[in-house]
Design a protein around this ligand. Sequence first.
Ligand SMILES: [Zn+2]
Length: 207
Amino acid sequence: MSPSTLTGVAGLIVEEDLVTVRERARIEDVVASYVTLRNAGGGALTGLCPFHDEKTPSFRVTPSRGYFYCFGCNSGGDVIGFVQKINNVNFTEAVEFLADRVGVHLRYTESGGARAEPGVRMRILEANRLAAEFYADHLTKPDAVIGRQFLAERGFDRDAAELFSVGFAPAADVNCCSTCAAESSPTPNWSRPAWPAKVAGTSSNPG
Ligand SMILES: [Zn+2]
């Protein structure tokens, strides 16, 4: 007898593994990789919705129920649904992404077909996300002062830069891949170097 399965769009994942992924992948942790969440009281978290443009948070995550919901655009679902929507991937790809993240080795039924590289698309997307974080984070570093001045000249403050994920490519000796691999939480920290409030007419170039 074949094990119980749940059919995704592109494959058959053993249901037992699916249950394990759902249990281990905390929705608040997964969402927090994309959205800055604040405590909203009553055990809920809130933040700016990643699925529609808004200035005041109407996006809520309820960890105890494993659900997210946006009162602005009515997006909602569980942790798998969130990954599907934020990365524009199908059900199976979202489960594979989460399984990889929480260390679950997925099993597939024979009818699911040969899957030589499960989750490869999600790995690429995740690598892209980490690279974007790396460059955005580097905009806060001392050697990116020229980049911050450039943006300030054009009316981009740090909020705008963060909103549009503006980054700075450092000198070639700083390697994006090795840094991304080494840093598990490359959250941009804007408090380190000062954002130029006003751009001086002269540049202080340290030889
Ligand atoms: Zn929304």
